[in-house]
Ligand binder design. Structure first.
Ligand SMILES: Nc1nc2c(ncn2[C@@H]2O[C@H](COP(=O)(O)OP(=O)(O)OP(=O)(O)O)[C@@H](O)[C@H]2O)c(=O)[nH]1
Ligand SMILES: [Zn+2]
Length: 344
């Protein structure tokens, strides 16, 4: 198994400090009794997967231990960096306890019917936005994910899958459309999970950091991941068998190490992740090319829709902002106004 990243000493100290702080709070409130004698010294770990009240934590050597969580750990997801301890005696298949979670560099949230917004994965460096061209390439959906990437601070990469289904002319037309995104600073890769075309180029983006595949159902996310990690399906099955949690495991997020380096989070629920929880102001910020014009509208509360003296609309008219992107912006705002997930 590939070696995982280590926390720096300073990071470890910080989380250990937070952990003891949190434990003290817990004690004072009488929330839980901390039985330190039952556990080894605190160490840094990486959450590979979370199942209900349990999580699988990987240590610095790549070994995975199933842990309970202190009640003071309010939120824990795949990709979280934690401070944990090994149990000195095994109890019911659980071999450790998670004391504290390090501050996240990024987090992906999804709307949950019962819980409102729910984090699903943390510390992601690259959001791989997968689209397929047939029947049509939806630039509007790409724009929605790009807004999400901008707002979460995760670098996006546009991946167009199923190039094997395209004629040379069709491919060229798509490349021209995507060249517009390149001008905005977004890279793209054309691939085929089926023929293998473009896969080495895609792999180059995955070598460092943690990546996640997002995109609508059927665009080929699973096919791409399986082609990058031939053992993925087998590993997924292994998890279901070991955990004994039945059907739940199939919807659980999980972190994998790529053979060539870099980590991949597979999160089946992530395609539902949408923009409906964003404010109009955040959507505006999510369109990077609007930035130079913001603050230049006649009215301070300009919605950039049909307001007079709007600098954004002016930039669209003069060709400095693409019509297509502005239309996408309007569409996203309109779908949000209906108070429903924008992917519906
Ligand atoms: N022709 C062609 N078909 C592909 C390619 N990649 C995936 N497919 C097919 O597209 C369909 C959907 O692929 P999946 O990998 O299941 O798509 P997904 O994005 O994971 O879908 P969900 O699991 O529903 O989110 C399957 O029938 C695949 O065989 C490709 O590069 N070329
Ligand atoms: Zn405006």
């Amino acid at each position: 198994m590939t070696k995982k990243k280590h926390l720096t000493q300073r990071q470890q100290q910080r989380i250990a400090d937070n952990a003891s702080k949190k434990l003290r709070v817990g004690k004072n409130k009488g929330v839980e009794t901390v039985d330190d004698a039952s556990f080894s010294a605190a160490e840094a770990g990486l959450v590979i997967s979370r199942f209900g009240q349990h999580a699988d934590v990987e240590d610095a050597n790549g070994a995975v231990t199933r842990c309970n969580m202190r009640r003071s750990v309010a939120s824990l997801v795949t990709g979280d960096k934690v401070v944990w301890r090994r149990a000195l005696r095994q109890t019911g298949g659980v071999d450790g306890v998670i004391d504290a979670v390090e501050e996240r560099s990024s987090v992906l949230l999804r709307p949950d019917f019962y819980d409102g917004l729910k984090p699903v994965a943390a510390n992601i460096d690259l959001m791989i936005i997968v689209s397929a061209i047939l029947p049509v390439l939806s630039l509007n959906i790409i724009d929605r994910y790009l807004v999400a990437a901008e707002i979460t601070g995760i670098k996006p990469l546009l991946v167009i899958n199923k190039t094997d289904l395209l004629s040379a002319e069709q491919k060229h037309a798509v490349e021209q459309q995507l060249a517009q995104y390149e001008k905005l600073g977004y890279s793209f890769v054309m691939v085929s999970a089926k023929s293998g075309e473009g896969m080495p180029e895609l792999l180059n983006y995955l070598h460092s950091g943690t990546s996640i595949f997002v995109g609508q159902s059927g665009v080929g996310k699973s096919s791409l991941m399986n082609s990058l990690m031939p053992g993925l399906e087998a590993q997924t099955q292994e998890v279901s068998q070991n955990s004994g949690l039945g059907q739940h495991t199939t919807t659980v997020s999980r972190l994998y190490h790529l053979p060539e380096g870099g980590d991949l989070i597979d999160s089946p629920g992530i395609r539902e992740f949408a923009l409906w929880h964003l404010t109009a102001e955040e959507v505006t910020r999510g369109f990077v090319e609007f930035t130079p014009w913001l603050g230049r509208c006649k009215f301070r509360d300009c919605k950039h829709i049909s307001d007079p003296g709007c600098a954004i609309q002016h930039a669209v008219e003069s060709g400095e902002i693409l019509h297509e992107r502005y239309d996408s912006y309007l569409k996203i705002l309109a779908s949000m106004a209906q108070d429903k997930p924008s992917y519906l």
